[in-house]
Design a protein around this ligand. Sequence first.
Ligand SMILES: CC1(C)S[C@@H]2[C@H](NC(=O)CCCC[C@H](NC(=O)C[NH3+])C(=O)[O-])C(=O)N2[C@H]1C(=O)[O-]
Length: 351
Amino acid sequence: PALPAPDMEAVDQALRNTLAAGAPGALARISEGGRALSATEGVSDKVTGAAMDTRARFRIGSVTKTFSTVVLLQLVDEKKIELDTPVNHYLPGLLPDDRITVRHLLTHRSGLSDYTNAMFDKTVPGFEAVRNKVFTYRELVDLSLAEPRTGEPGAAYQYSNTNFVVVGMLIEKATGKPVAKEYERRIIKPLKLRDTSYVHPGTQIAGLHTHGYLTPDEAGAPLVDSTEQTVSWAQSAGAMISSPADLSTFMSALVGGRLVAPQLLDQMLTMTPTDAAGTRFYGLGLRRYDLSCGTSVYGHTGTVQGFYTYAFTTRDGRRSVTAMANTSNRGVANTALGATLEGAFCGKKPA
Ligand SMILES: CC1(C)S[C@@H]2[C@H](NC(=O)CCCC[C@H](NC(=O)C[NH3+])C(=O)[O-])C(=O)N2[C@H]1C(=O)[O-]
């Protein structure tokens, strides 16, 4: 059934609420049938006062995980990697448990702890300590292995960046190439994503881009411009740069079967619940949200210092939405921003 028209009033109200919750700016871009509806509020640069611009690039954080999953599943299709084979078969001795499989990584069921919890326990000091640092994948995995594991392999969903750092290692081992090359060759070029790039360890966002502002833990403390960083603490788990239009192109191409073989896309879309309400799910490097109007949308969220992103599409890929606020560590901003999805996909609420 065709979706109701987006409720742009509700979308814009969600953006205004996001600013009221502390974001300097927020945007939403809805693409459908070759047309786009956009809404922006506030500023993309607190110094110049430049307005938020849906054409501008920004850091997408963990939406990168879906790009990494696509590359890995293409390698599975090419018989270079098997989903239910232990990671240590490909990377001998890396993990302390031979039972951890490639699939456990993509479903966040490996039990490997997330090193970023300790790394960013104190938000601004943690960020300042790593913003110009360059880590090897191995160093990031070792940070995780220094902490207790969160459970037995396969036992439970427990989100961990470590899983997708290991995915990056698998991609580089199987291809002999840096992940940047594989993203470029397998996704960015074929889809003509002109505003999407994997930059590591450079700290700049090239071209027209939005500034991101990290909200400190201390109430009332000034926001920190966190736009420039290596994102080396995340790499294949979160270092991608993109734009609202490119993310919608990517997500609708993904569900439309243009990136991953049908039987592997089915596995990507095979979801397990991640919340008590039973409206949030995770498959292989992909989230599903069940919205209040009964529509299920597929995509990923991203939190990287100064940017919070939602990038979702309908199962048929006909309507795709990117929403972004240029602050992070501000839970309410994320919650307010999330309401854009309801307006964009569910349309006007019944009176
Ligand atoms: C599961 C998440 C939320 S966390 C994960 C990843 N982002 C990170 O791991 C960075 C976390 C710290 C970022 C920082 N927060 C603090 O420092 C708090 N002390 C901030 O808000 O900028 C990403 O992106 N994912 C999000 C996702 O997938 O939605």
